[in-house]
Design a protein around this ligand. Structure first.
Ligand code: PEP
Ligand code: MN
Length: 264
């Protein structure tokens, strides 16, 4: 298989418009769950950059459990995140939910995120694989490692896009955390595939004060980076505030993570 370590023994270093993922460095993507407006994403970009993140995250198309919940600012939001990232010299990762929006998202984003709910949307995987943009592929909510690898294969076989695996936790019987963060997926994916894997301890735990310990653990487990949700005012975030770090806690997490990155 194209994504397998057997096929390609060396690590694939993903080039995000000049920024490398999988080269032994630890890359941080940070930002709000949802883009809420220009001021909010600019302020979050400032915080993200201050902590050392090089990629700004934020959703403009949100896959919400309830159809009555905020669904995202769509193209307006994409314009805001691009503007904020450019101002702070950052790259952009944002989710594309629908084939019909691929051209639009490609215009504004450096990495296309495939959400957990779409890990097995094979038409979408094939279509994003043809864009040539790196694809951040979240693990499905109940996705096995084998299903996840096959999803990546759909992307790899359909064109020229590289894959960045994103471990974001899986559904188990446990309800004390939002998901069960599968730390072992990090070394396992690295063993089975040559593509990089990053951790998403925010969705992996769903609880803000569990995010930093799992971020630290992800470095120790050999992750190529992480994607974390931060917000200038988590209590008033339009989505996922309970798992978002404020400025102070984010900066502290990054200090702790950097100590471990240096030690690795
Ligand atoms: C997100 O990144 O905000 C998101 C919706 O993640 P997931 O697809 O992992 O639930
Ligand atoms: Mn979220």
């Amino acid at each position: 298989k194209l994504t397998s370590r057997e096929f390609h023994p060396d690590n694939t270093v993903v080039d995000v418009d000049g920024l490398k993922i999988g080269d032994g460095s630890f890359v941080t993507m940070a930002g709000p769950c949802s883009i809420e407006g220009l001021d909010q994403i600019r302020e979050t970009a400032r915080i993200a950059k201050a902590g050392g993140a090089s990629i700004l995250r934020g959703g403009a198309f949100k896959p919400r459990t309830s159809p009555y919940a905020f669904q995202g600012l769509e193209e307006e939001g994409l314009k805001y995140i691009r503007q904020a990232a450019d101002e702070f010299d950052m790259k952009v990762i944002t989710e594309v939910m629908d084939e019909a929006h691929i051209d639009m998202v490609v215009e504004y984003s450096d990495i296309l995120q495939i959400g957990a709910r779409n890990m097995q949307n094979y038409k979408l995987l094939s279509a994003v694989g043809q864009t040539g943009k790196p694809i951040g592929l979240k693990r499905g909510i109940a996705g096995t490692i084998d299903e996840w690898l096959n999803a990546a294969e759909y992307i790899a076989v359909s064109g020229k896009s590289d894959v960045i695996f994103i471990e974001r936790g899986i559904r188990t019987y446990e309800t004390a955390t939002r998901n069960t963060f599968d730390l072992s997926a990090i070394p396992l994916i690295k063993k089975l595939s040559h593509f990089p894997i990053i951790a998403d301890p925010s969705h992996g735990t769903g609880v803000w004060d569990l995010v930093t310990p799992m971020a630290r653990a992800s470095v120790a487990a050999g992750a190529d980076g992480m994607i974390v949700e931060i917000h200038p005012d988590p209590a008033n975030a339009w989505s996922d505030g309970q798992q978002s770090l404020n400025e102070k806690n984010y900066l502290r997490m990054m200090d702790e993570v950097n100590v471990l990155v240096k030690a690795m």
